[in-house]
Design a binder for this molecule. Sequence first.
Ligand SMILES: C[S@@+](CC[C@H](N)C(=O)[O-])C[C@H]1O[C@@H](n2cnc3c(N)ncnc32)[C@H](O)[C@@H]1O
Length: 222
Amino acid sequence: MKINARLKKIGDLVEANSFCLDVGCDHALLDIYLVKQNKNIKVIASDIAEGPLEQAKNNIKRERLENEIEVRLGAGLKTYQEGINTIIISGMGGRNIVGILKDSPKVLKNIDTLILSPNNYQEEVKRYCCKNGFYIENEEFVRDSRFIYQIIILKHGKQKYTKKDYFFGPVFLIKKGPLFHEYYEREKKSREILLTLLPKNYRYKKHVIKKEIEMIKNEIED
Ligand SMILES: C[S@@+](CC[C@H](N)C(=O)[O-])C[C@H]1O[C@@H](n2cnc3c(N)ncnc32)[C@H](O)[C@@H]1O
């Protein structure tokens, strides 16, 4: 079954012998990929909506993996069961992801690894997780068609971060590389466009955006 570059990259970042809960599995393509990796990965594929889960079940059946992948209907981490050590949430807005994590603080205490790939508001996701018992172990960019996505791997523990760390990602700042430059070049451009569109009385918002543009320039033009 064909899997896109984004989901493949997420799958490749899952550690061998993990027991994963994929929240918002949709078609379950990631989960099918994971159990086919021969890395002894167990997966529960869950989704809040019945439609996607029907599609997930059909895909799992087509691959004859009904005995390998359990499918659960439910919101956020309500589908968690004891033993799960890794939570994957990808392809959703960052604020939705934060909402899901906020709703189940007790579950988070039992989790070793969070693998998150928000479509937006990545900074808010990082701030929430790092103020609630996790640190950023790794960050990866992946290009899929014309988009570049962030994947954030968090583990239990404490680490201090600066505003700049949260904005760019502490690991990205160390690793940098071509995708970092391309990603933040795009972020800079979108902010420059936004500046031209904002009405005059949005003075504070404009000030914040200008500061962010300066911050980005300093990082990508060194
Ligand atoms: C755009 S799809 C992403 C699918 C897949 N995770 C990916 O990365 O391609 C988002 C899925 O998340 C599900 N979803 C949204 N909010 C949810 C929540 N609070 N709990 C569980 N699933 C949720 C939606 O029903 C949808 O199937």
